[in-house]
Design a protein around this ligand. Structure first.
Ligand SMILES: Cc1cc2nc3c(=O)[nH]c(=O)nc-3n(C[C@H](O)[C@H](O)[C@H](O)COP(=O)(O)OP(=O)(O)OC[C@H]3O[C@@H](n4cnc5c(N)ncnc54)[C@H](O)[C@@H]3O)c2cc1C
Length: 537
């Protein structure tokens, strides 16, 4: 839905109806994050001098999945002298979660697909959080019932009612179905593809996959161009594939590299609408995983700590941060090593001497708005029953996931997590619009979108909280995923090792975990420690 359309509905008097309406209590809520004012101190050039300096072996900057995974690897290797600095008051970054009287709920990442048994660190982490019920005869994990996404997993609203699954099959022409079949066959070809060293074309994490020329060449065009070349013109098929790009990357077919678009379908050993990897999920989404990791870090995790500068020297690096989000309490850390697990766009502003490097300007970020709607009862809608993931065909949003689904609570109060990726070609304009839009406007936009599928929804809504992700996700744009700029981004700078999902050119739990562990192991090696890598088979 366009902003103009949203404002039009507001102009029609819906704002009053939304916030206070006769006969029903007003909808409460607010914009709850992120801490943009705090983060913008860096943008605005605030560079305080530290009043006191502490010594530490490793400073981990950022408590997203990457930073927390680095800490996990240090802990496992017996290196306990580290501190994690996190700008927000809660750890987790784009995988953080929230909670309310009804249920915990995600604010960003909400699932991981069932990993390959070869993904040892992810399997180990999932074991730690109780996601593995046992082992089969091959020794592979048997996933606990309560974490495997319950049926029904997905439904799609189109033609005035809900349908099972995400491909709009009902009313599809013979040509739509023929093209779907051909697309799935094409993706299966990529699933089965192996290079001369036996590596798959696409893997998770991506480092395990092939770097053969045929595979790299896919990055030279957009997913739209890839589909054009093969005659995949069916609007339904194109919607379905674009849905995948919007869901995983927050980008359109045109904005997405064909390499990334195919990765979505072929990296996990399935191929398209029929196959589909199974998902592991929790009521609070991946918040369950980051809470566990944050718990392991304990008091070494310092939240409300905004990093304002990093200077790397011969024997140590100096990090300065503002304590408790205050402008005045600057603390210094003299660290032998640094894991910079912050998004790429912060390297230039924060790391002394880095700002001029051209490759730092190549990373493009999309914005997202996420809203959590607390409902006193389930919404009504025609057709197939409510599922975990509920998607609308004619919508700019991705629809919503249901936080109570995994707990088997199918009646009564619930929380719906609504996702809106902002697909503008100009990400800066999108960010400005994101931050300019008021809570009332967001609420109206969300309700106007969902009420097409759920008439009367607003009567059930008690509270809507909104989270604004300005630099939500790196865009896997054409030409970026195999670029020299991305390769250079991964190289350490003196005592600073980088770790963030950005280093893969796409935002996924497994990529963030990979880079966190990768940085930790590089530091362990630098310290002369023997490392049995988590990252090799
Ligand atoms: C809306 C949304 C939905 C998503 N859904 C999924 C999903 O379902 N599954 C999935 O696998 N992935 C999903 N992702 C992708 C998700 O980004 C990755 O899975 C992963 O969580 C990224 O972790 P990270 O540590 O690399 O980065 P981030 O999450 O960006 O972590 C970086 C951390 O650094 C902190 N920070 C920033 N600046 C400073 C500073 N100056 N000082 C101190 N700290 C600072 C941030 O607050 C943050 O905590 C989603 C992302 C979004 C935005």
């Amino acid at each position: 839905m366009t902003r103009r359309a949203a404002l039009h509905t507001l102009g029609g008097g819906a704002l009053g109806a939304c916030v206070k309406a006769k006969g029903r209590p007003p909808i409460t809520g607010s914009i709850v994050g992120g801490s943009h004012a705090r983060g913008h101190l860096v943008r605005d050039g605030v560079r305080p001098r530290a009043a006191r300096v502490e010594e530490v072996e490793v400073a981990v900057l950022g408590a997203g999945v990457a930073g927390l995974s680095a800490a996990w690897a240090f802990e496992r290797a017996g290196l306990r002298d580290f501190v994690i600095l996190e700008l927000e008051d809660v750890a987790g970054g784009t995988a953080r979660s929230g909670s309310g009287p009804v249920t915990p709920y995600p604010w960003g990442a909400h699932y991981v697909p069932v990993p390959s048994p070869d993904n040892r660190p992810l399997v180990a982490l999932l074991d730690e959080v109780g996601a593995i019920a046992g082992r089969d005869e091959k020794g592979d994990p048997v996933w606990a019932e309560e974490v495997l996404c319950r049926e029904p997993q997905e439904r799609l609203f189109f033609g005035g009612q809900w349908h099972e699954g995400l491909f709009p099959r009902d009313g599809a022409s013979g040509e739509d179905l023929r093209q779907l079949e051909a697309f799935e066959a094409d993706m299966r070809r990529w699933v089965d593809w192996r290079d001369a060293r036996g590596r798959p074309a696409f893997a998770v994490p991506r480092a395990v996959g092939s770097d053969a020329a045929d595979v790299r060449a896919l990055d030279g065009q957009s997913m739209a161009a890839y589909m054009d070349e093969r005659g995949f013109s069916s609007p339904r098929l194109r919607w379905f594939v674009e849905y995948g790009c919007r869901d995983d990357f927050g980008s359109t077919l045109v904005q997405t590299s064909a390499w990334a678009g195919i990765h979505y379908f072929a990296a996990r050993g399935s191929a398209g609408a029929a196959g589909g990897a199974e998902f592991l999920t929790w009521p609070e989404g991946n918040g369950r995983l980051v809470s566990h990791l944050a718990g392991l870090a304990g008091k070494r995790l310092r939240t409300g700590a905004l990093v304002t500068s990093v200077e790397t020297g011969k024997d140590a690096a100096n990090v300065v941060y503002l304590e408790n989000g205050s402008r005045d309490l600057a603390v210094g850390l003299r660290a032998r090593h640094v894991v910079f697990a912050l998004p790429r766009f912060l390297v230039g502003p924060l790391v002394a001497g880095a700002a001029g490097a051209a490759h730092l300007h190549e990373t493009v970020y999309g914005s997202w708005m996420v809203a959590n709607l607390t409902l006193r009862d389930r919404p009504q809608g025609r057709g197939f029953a409510i599922a975990w993931d509920n998607v609308l065909y004619e919508s700019a949003s991705l629809g919503y996931v249901v936080a109570t689904h995994q707990r088997g609570l199918d009646h009564g109060a619930t929380v719906l997590t609504y996702y809106l990726p902002m697909l503008d070609d100009d990400p800066r304009a999108a960010r400005q619009r994101l931050l300019r839009t008021t809570w009332e406007q967001w609420v109206e936009e969300v309700l106007a979108d969902l009420e097409r599928a759920h008439p009367g929804l607003r009567d059930l809504v008690e509270n809507v909280d909104v989270y604004l992700w300005g630099h939500a996700m790196v865009r896997p744009r054409p030409g970026y995923l195999w670029s020299e700029a991305l390769v250079r981004s991964r190289q350490p700078l003196g005592r600073v090792h980088f770790a963030h999902t950005d280093l893969s050119g796409m935002a996924l739990f497994e990529e963030a975990q990979y880079w966190g562990i990768h940085a930790a192991e590089a530091i362990l090696r630098e310290r002369g420690q023997a490392v049995r890598s988590w990252l090799s088979a």
